[in-house]
Design a protein around this ligand. Structure first.
Ligand SMILES: C[S@@+](CC[C@H](N)C(=O)[O-])C[C@H]1O[C@@H](n2cnc3c(N)ncnc32)[C@H](O)[C@@H]1O
Length: 261
């Protein structure tokens, strides 16, 4: 791939013989284009093993391409409560930079209040979703996301906010199969819709993934159900009482908080 890029896009090279700069430019690239080319890692960094490529199509997206793709929905990446689902999330090559963009938005908006900054940063995490079939990848993805939040807020592992985010990520980043829409325990995948109510309280409603994926079909203009409000068809699978960061922190992974009656 590297050889191909050098040949077809052009680059600047130092001559190893005399150490003077020698230009080998076939088509002069724009600086943005050159930067994109130079930031490409060798393909070996984009795969873990040939077997995994064959079995699971595991080829990671290079950072420059992720950024370019996120730029196509720039406004959404900079909106704290926009929701992203990566249905083959790997170790988070898309989710991690998208979260970083959201946290930059949190910083711009709430830099003056630690309370708001912390709660909106957690909300940003709450809006990121993923599914991944390989257990090591989903574990890495959760850890990478948590690291980003911890770095941003300077959290330690014993902080409530850290543990709350750990819990949220254990719910939002699902170890499962996006095609069958089943988690690794064979249960139907459900996603938590989180919302921030203000004053330190969060709400949660769970929806089934298979039903959510039908939403666009139901909303189509010529659908029999187009006249119905989405709320009439898509009722939550579960609704929970509002929760604080402390309550989220106390919810052990795998043990969902009490369901609302
Ligand atoms: C092409 S890689 C992309 C990873 C990441 N999104 C990226 O762009 O770097 C595809 C990922 O999907 C996972 N995968 C393959 N089949 C899957 C399935 N049915 N459900 C969920 N994940 C799957 C693979 O394990 C792999 O991590």
């Amino acid at each position: 791939m590297w050889e191909y890029l050098k040949k077809n896009i052009g680059y600047v090279e130092r001559s190893p013989a005399n150490a003077t700069r020698k230009r080998v430019v076939r088509h002069r690239p724009s600086s943005a284009r050159l930067q994109a080319v130079l930031s490409i890692r060798l393909p070996m960094n984009l795969i873990k093993s040939r077997k995994r490529v064959t079995d699971h199509g595991e080829v990671f997206t290079p950072a420059w391409l992720v950024e370019a793709m996120l730029d196509t929905v720039k406004g959404e990446t900079e909106r704290i409560d926009s929701r992203f689902l990566e249905s083959a999330c790997g170790s988070g090559n898309f989710l991690v930079p998208a979260l970083k963009r959201k946290l930059a938005a949190v910083e711009l908006k709430y830099e003056k209040s630690d309370f708001e900054k912390q709660h909106f940063a957690l909300l940003a995490v709450m809006c990121m979703y993923g599914i991944e079939i390989l257990p090591d990848n989903i574990a890495e993805c959760r850890a990478n996301m948590l690291d980003v939040l911890a770095d941003y807020l300077d959290l330690s592992e014993t902080d409530d906010l850290y543990r709350a985010a750990y819990y949220v990520l254990s719910q939002n980043l699902v170890h499962g199969d996006a095609l069958t829409m089943r988690a690794s325990d064979n249960q139907t995948i459900t996603f938590a819709e989180w919302g921030y109510l203000g004053k330190g309280k969060f709400q949660r409603r769970d929806f089934r993934f298979d039903i959510l994926t039908q939403m666009s079909a139901f909303s189509a203009e010529d659908s029999l159900f187009a006249h119905l409000g989405k709320h009439e068809i898509f009722t939550p699978h579960k609704t929970y009482p509002s929760m604080t960061v402390r309550e989220l922190a106390c919810a052990a992974p795998g043990e969902a908080p009490e369901e609302a009656v």
